[in-house]
Ligand binder design. Structure first.
Ligand SMILES: [Fe+2]
Ligand SMILES: [Fe+2]
Length: 327
């Protein structure tokens, strides 16, 4: 993304407005205690985050084509493939995983793949392929190694779609949940970028794992990864009203009309963390217990455990396909 001074000013103003909204709605404040102090004032954090967001790569042509409200066209896909043949190959390879194609044969080209999986699932597929590069870096503060965040996003997306189907939700709603899973933690690289040598370790910021990730982020840098999601979608020009649940995946009780979707996303996130998807060590922050997250949706622990068990294998298959396409 090319960040002009005007773009920076607009981003900053959007962030200021959002902060005021968050303050009003949730009275967000970092818990005190210990010798942990945020490295930045809120104003400094916003300024630095704006600079980091300006460097975010644009969404690739294939994702933009797949995200068109009327769905991708064959001509549009062909043009997108020409612009980025390696990403097109990755979309095709990941689409060949059993999670996406089910029992069908591997598709020969993107148009056939879109026909096979449907336009909504195809859109999710392009995010999986594109995010491997965009969000592939290690985020040590959160416990993610190389491609760890990407694996966590894929794991949460897969779990969200499986849970949605188990609850009997409409196919389109399940694909929206898949996308929400892919998007839910995309603010983490920006928070990681705000952490400098003065910043407390995750261990210190979370008081030895007793505070939530949002509380630890506020204590470290005065900003949370959840508030950054809509800003990133704004920069990309992705319409984000349908992803309102992503902002509340750590506090679904605050999601109002989106409480069910936010609860489902929270449960998917908890299952991905329990499965250790993308994590180099155990999840280092206080997390909502599985029983509570499942209870909000009246889902049985047996069902949740079976989704958790399938996650490792499904994400590994998708990652293997993506790796083989990357060469
Ligand atoms: Fe999160
Ligand atoms: Fe997450």
């Amino acid at each position: 993304m090319n960040g002009s001074a005007d773009d920076d000013a607009r981003r900053h103003e959007r962030m200021r407005r959002r902060t005021a909204k968050l303050d009003r709605e949730f009275a967000f404040s970092a818990p005190g205690g210990g010798d942990c102090r945020p490295t930045y004032t809120r104003g400094e954090a916003e300024q630095r985050a704006s600079t980091l967001l300006a460097k975010l790569p644009a969404l690739p042509a294939i994702v933009l084509e797949a995200s068109k409200p009327a769905g991708a066209s064959v001509e549009g896909l062909e043009a997108a493939v020409e612009k980025d043949p390696s990403l097109a190959a990755m979309v095709l390879a990941v689409g060949g995983s059993s999670f996406f194609r089910g029992d069908g044969p591997p598709a020969r080209n993107l148009a056939a793949l879109m026909e096979q999986v449907g336009t909504a699932a195809f859109r999710g597929l392009t995010f999986v392929a594109a995010f491997r590069g965009i969000f592939g870096a290690a985020l040590p503060w959160y416990g993610y190694g190389e491609r760890g965040l990407w694996r966590h996003l894929v794991g949460t997306a897969v779990a969200a779609r499986k849970l949605g189907r188990a609850m009997g939700l409409h196919k389109l709603a399940c694909e929206t949940l898949f996308l929400a899973g892919m998007l839910h933690d995309i603010g983490k690289p920006t928070v990681q970028g705000l952490l400098d040598s003065r910043a407390p370790s995750a261990e210190a910021a979370s008081q030895g794992g007793t505070l939530t990730v949002l509380e630890a982020e506020l204590r470290a840098v005065n900003m949370t990864h959840t508030e950054l999601v809509p800003l990133i979608l704004d920069i990309w020009g992705v319409e984000h009203d349908i992803f309102a649940m992503t902002e509340h995946h750590h506090a679904p009780q605050r999601a109002g009309a989106h409480a069910v979707q936010a609860s489902l996303l929270q449960l998917a996130d908890v299952l991905a963390n329990l499965a250790g998807t993308g994590l180099e060590h155990e999840y280092g922050f206080s997390n909502v217990p599985l029983e509570k997250a499942a209870g909000r949706l009246n889902l049985s622990l047996e069902l949740c455990r079976s989704v958790q068990e399938e996650l490792g294998w499904t994400v590994a298959e998708i990652a293997t396909e993506a790796d083989s396409a990357a060469g």
